[in-house]
Design a protein around this ligand. Structure first.
Ligand SMILES: *Cc1c(COP(=O)(O)O)cnc(C)c1O
Length: 446
């Protein structure tokens, strides 16, 4: 928290926080009035080759600290860092705050979501934890959708509880009436303990069921009970972003990613990010400056390479998933699919039509039977790999009830629809007919 005594009207803290920046550079984002698309901007945006000996690609800046031009410049930077002078530091200072690779990455990440600014972190969970810690004070109440990624749910329910922060949750897909009720309840709870509702935290689609949250309805309920200036809506967009869902267009204020998944996309790094309005981002940056948790330069560089192909990879994975799901749906050993391209619920379909630009490539496969049948299927796969995680170039399959969600109590698992016969599949960019052949022979083993 930036302030000693946080202003309840500005729950994420003071906004006159450090914003270390490289020297300003000219940016080409339009040509003759035409706005360049993200896929074009990924090749150069935020990088000036003249600052790096003309190197076409950004070098990896392995340094812990940055030399000041002179003592007066050093003083000015620190005046910016400490908030003595508004506007932040005018150059790079120290690598816990930022570095060239991370700043280029942040500039490019912001483009995908149409955000003012972005921050990168050493993991998705670091991003989520720092976002939540920056927002909350003792006595506050977080409103969140369910299910959340298991570690996010644990962070809110167990870690934040230690600091006197409570939560109210609602099921993804909740109706406007239910959302209205939940906000009113959270407001009353916060008033009892002298706190506020400083954050509404969503995850959509939920993991592993693919249940969608109606972001627009959440925004309307927020606006009725709270103010957009005090109660931001943050959403974990890991499953569909950045290509298939743009939450800032639908009323969210902050977008969170595990960059480990689709954005990194090669199952070879761990990182996270938060994008959104400058007001919120600056406050989260202040806590990151204090705690650390920024992505390292090498990981940031790898992500710059990943971003050049993110659209290509996600498009191909999405096309592959549609073909694989068409095959699986018709198979006699398959009970059903939790795939956003084949929604059966009218309310979920309505949310999908308003919010989503594609069905993604991660889905649930319900095999007729239970754990034993799923294990036989998983053990027979030859192309798809048996591993948790998602969004990589390779197809992965896992069994949530006995793996990622084993720690979730059985009753809660049932409530969330995490059945014993559910296999989660993340489709990669292999040849789709090879994938279908693999699933066909694995289903024969069931
Ligand atoms: C993986 C994941 C996270 C956590 O990200 P890490 O990079 O593993 O810390 C958070 N949310 C969702 C939806 C995820 O899939």
């Amino acid at each position: 928290m930036a302030n000693e005594t946080p202003d309840p009207k500005d729950p994420l803290g003071a906004i006159d926080t450090p914003t270390p920046r490289r020297k300003p550079k000219p940016e080409v984002t339009t040509i003759g009035g035409r706005e360049l698309k993200p896929s074009t901007l990924m090749m150069g945006h935020g990088y000036d080759a003249a600052l790096s000996e003309g190197s076409l690609k950004p070098p990896i800046f392995l340094t812990s600290t940055f030399a000041f031009e002179n003592a007066a410049a050093g003083k000015r930077h620190f005046e910016g860092i400490t908030g003595k002078r508004p506007g932040g530091a005018e150059g790079l200072v120290y690598s816990r705050f930022n570095g060239p690779n991370q700043e280029i990455l942040e500039d490019r990440l912001a483009i995908w979501d149409g955000a003012e600014d972005a921050l990168c972190f050493s993991s998705g969970m670091t991003a989520i934890a720092i976002l939540i810690l920056a927002a909350c004070n003792t006595g506050d109440v977080i409103v969140h959708s369910g299910p959340l990624y298991a570690a996010s749910e644990g962070f809110v329910a167990k870690v934040m509880a230690k600091y006197g922060v409570r939560y109210v949750d609602f099921p993804a897909g909740a109706s406007p009436e239910k959302l209205d009720e939940v906000m009113a309840k959270a407001k009353a709870m916060a008033e009892e303990t002298g706190g506020t509702v400083p954050l509404i935290y969503l995850e959509s689609p939920g993991n592993p069921t693919n249940a969608l949250v109606d972001i627009e309805a959440v925004r309307d309920a927020r606006d009725k009970h709270f103010s957009a200036d005090t109660t931001p809506i943050a959403i974990d967009n890991t499953f569909l972003g950045p290509l298939w869902q743009r939450p800032l267009d639908h009323g969210a204020d902050l977008v969170v990613y595990s960059l480990t998944k689709y954005v990194g996309g090669h199952s070879d790094l761990v990182a996270g990010s938060v994008s959104g309005g400058k007001k919120w981002i600056d406050a989260i940056r202040a806590l990151r400056n204090t705690m650390g948790g920024i992505a390292d330069p090498n990981t940031a560089w790898m992500l710059l390479r990943s971003l050049e192909t993110v659209e290509l990879r996600m498009q191909r994975a999405g096309e592959n998933a549609a073909k694989v799901c068409a095959f699986l749906k018709a198979h006699p050993k398959v009970e059903g699919l939790g795939y956003l391209g084949m929604i059966e619920d009218a309310r979920q379909q309505d949310i999908y039509d308003r919010h989503c630009l594609g069905a993604g490539s991660t889905f649930s496969l319900f095999i007729k039977g239970g754990e034993a049948e799923c294990f036989r299927f998983l053990d027979a796969l030859k192309v798809a790999k048996l591993a948790v995680s998602l969004g990589g170039t390779e197809t992965l399959a896992s069994h949530p009830a006995s793996m990622t969600h084993l720690s979730v109590p059985e009753g809660r698992r049932a409530e969330l629809g995490i059945a014993d016969n559910l296999v989660r599949i993340s489709i990669g960019i292999e040849d789709p007919d090879d994938l279908i052949a693999d699933f066909e022979q694995a289903l024969e083993a069931v």
